[in-house]
Design a protein. Structure first.
Ligand code: GLN
Length: 501
């Protein structure tokens, strides 16, 4: 088991010691065996379970590298609220998992620490940025893991690795202890082997936290997480056609200036690979067979989703990452002429190229005189996308008498299955990876919950789809997916070997 696990290299630090300690049943911190029975409805069945935590979420005494050279040696002095709640339910942290530096990427290859391989095919990426967490769950190292989702970083690696990935509603889970990338877009999310497990973890970690002013409890009218009848009433599921979005995007690309190669890539990146399209069709057939009514829907403004997402995300990143100056955080350079020189040198040596690119982009869109052109425009697009979803799904105002057209919206997660690393020609350029965030980033722009789950295997690689719901409708999404997975359980990769009770 140890060698299998190490092959995946899902972990950043403490990996070898922790996994060996666990296997040999020695030198495990005492708290690992402190079984605290969970409360009646909170975090059912978590006692005694090991879990992994993305290395941008704080766990006292563990690393908090954020996948960055700059923070490689940092040990966290405190623990994130979500982790604390899981520990209180009796689960325990096995280790920290690898990620694209500061959550910026879709492959986990942007990590300065190491590479993470996909348990289904170790020559391919696990997805990102929560690739380490997804690989750890897929390999059977842990039954669940925490990740963070700013523009798809929980759902895309979940799809690449054949596990369930939940991005909760904005504010449903405290972000206290999550190192910020783009604060207005991100949530701590869950990667789990099943939707049932995902529900237990979500039940344990959600809720208002005085340490995060944006966190809140579910509104009074929202459906309870437990007590629903899974085989209950049929739902109306809106189906967002990828073809329509790709066509709209191609039309936009034709009208903008830029090198032809760039325009083509942006439009192509939204078109689904044949195997992904087939998986999407299979999900539709199966959901219909479970009794749900499927209706075609359209959200034309989604074609502007990626530019809006990258404008807002990089603007916020440029501000959030300003704290890593080699003085308060980060490795201090051995010598410097003056304080500015010290900061320059620390950031130059500490940040990787993708992070630098995004800080530059963020600074550019916020430049005085340019805000109208980029940042404010992106915010208007964001509002438009949010309104379009609300028209279909209803808003977070559960008290109002609205009759939403759909209970959930079915969408692809990513246009391809797990991609390779170059030699095989099955890789995706950094630009194509960004353009492909189209299907995931809209849930973050709109603040909605989205649940990705695996539906098929094609060429030995998993294909996932996602369901989006109105704000704080996680219960409805989990009900749908739990009923789906009871009818269609998903297999594990060949080397899978779970070793928890
Ligand atoms: N792929 C997206 C990006 O690179 C999503 C990242 C995330 O959700 N943290 O920004």
């Amino acid at each position: 088991m140890a060698s299998t696990a190490l092959t995946y290299r899902a972990y950043c630090t403490q990996w070898e010691e922790q996994i060996r300690a666990f296997i040999e049943m020695k030198e495990i911190p005492d708290r690992a065996f402190t079984l605290i029975p969970p409360g009646d409805s909170q975090g059912k069945g978590l006692a005694g379970l090991p879990f992994a935590v993305k290395d941008n979420i704080a766990v006292q005494g563990f690393s908090l590298s954020c996948g960055s050279k700059l923070l490689k040696d940092l040990r966290s002095p405190y623990t994130a609220t979500a982790v604390q709640k899981l520990e209180a339910a009796g689960a325990w942290v096995l280790g920290k998992t690898n990620l694209d530096e500061f959550g910026m990427g879709s492959s986990t290859d942007n990590s300065a620490i190491q590479q993470t391989n996909n348990p289904w095919d170790t020559s391919r990426v696990a997805g990102g940025s929560s690739g380490g967490s997804a690989a750890a769950v897929a390999a059977g190292i842990v039954p669940f893991a925490l990740g963070s989702d700013t523009g798809g970083s929980v759902r895309q690696p979940a799809s690449f690795c054949g596990v369930v990935g939940l991005k909760p509603s904005y504010g449903a889970v405290s972000r206290y202890g999550l190192v910020a990338y783009a604060s207005s877009l991100e949530s701590i999310g869950i990667l789990a082997d099943t939707a049932a497990r995902c529900r237990s973890v979500f039940a344990a970690i959600r809720g208002k936290d005085p340490l995060d002013q944006t966190s809140q409890d579910a509104p009074a009218g929202a459906a309870p997480l437990y007590g629903q009848n899974l085989s209950g009433s049929p739902k109306v599921i809106g189906v967002l056609s990828a073809a329509a979005i790709a066509k709209a995007l191609a039309a936009v690309a034709a009208g903008i200036e830029g090198s032809p190669g760039t325009k083509e890539t942006a439009a192509q990146a939204a078109s689904l690979e044949r195997e992904v399209q087939q998986g999407f069709e299979l999900a539709k057939t199966r959901l219909a067979a479970l009794g749900h009514r499927l209706v075609e829907v359209e959200i034309p403004s989604l074609k502007y989703g990626v530019p809006a997402y990258y404008t807002i995300a990089t603007a916020e990143a440029s501000a959030n990452l300003a704290r890593f100056d080699g003085v308060r955080y980060g490795r201090r350079p051995p010598e410097a002429e003056n304080p500015e020189d010290l900061i320059d040198k620390a950031r130059e040596a500490g940040f990787g190229p993708e992070v630098k690119l995004r800080i530059l982009l963020g600074t550019f869109v916020l430049r005085s005189g340019f805000q109208d052109r980029y940042y404010l425009r992106a915010q208007r697009i964001r509002m438009g996308i949010r309104r379009s979803f609300e028209e279909l799904l209803g808003s977070a105002a559960y008290g109002r008498s609205e009759t939403p057209r759909c209970d959930a919206i079915l969408m692809p997660v990513f246009p391809t299955r797990a991609f390779g690393r170059g030699d095989a020609g099955e890789t995706l350029s950094p630009f194509a990876q960004k353009a492909a965030d189209l299907y995931t980033c809209c849930a973050n722009l709109a603040g909605l919950p989205a649940l990705a789950f695996p539906v098929s295997l094609a060429g030995g690689l998993p294909v996932g789809v996602q369901l989006l719901g109105r704000a704080f409708s996680e219960a409805a999404l989990l009900d749908l997916v739990e009923a789906y997975e009871q009818a269609h359980p998903f297999p594990h990769p060949a080397a899978y070997q779970a070793f928890w009770p």
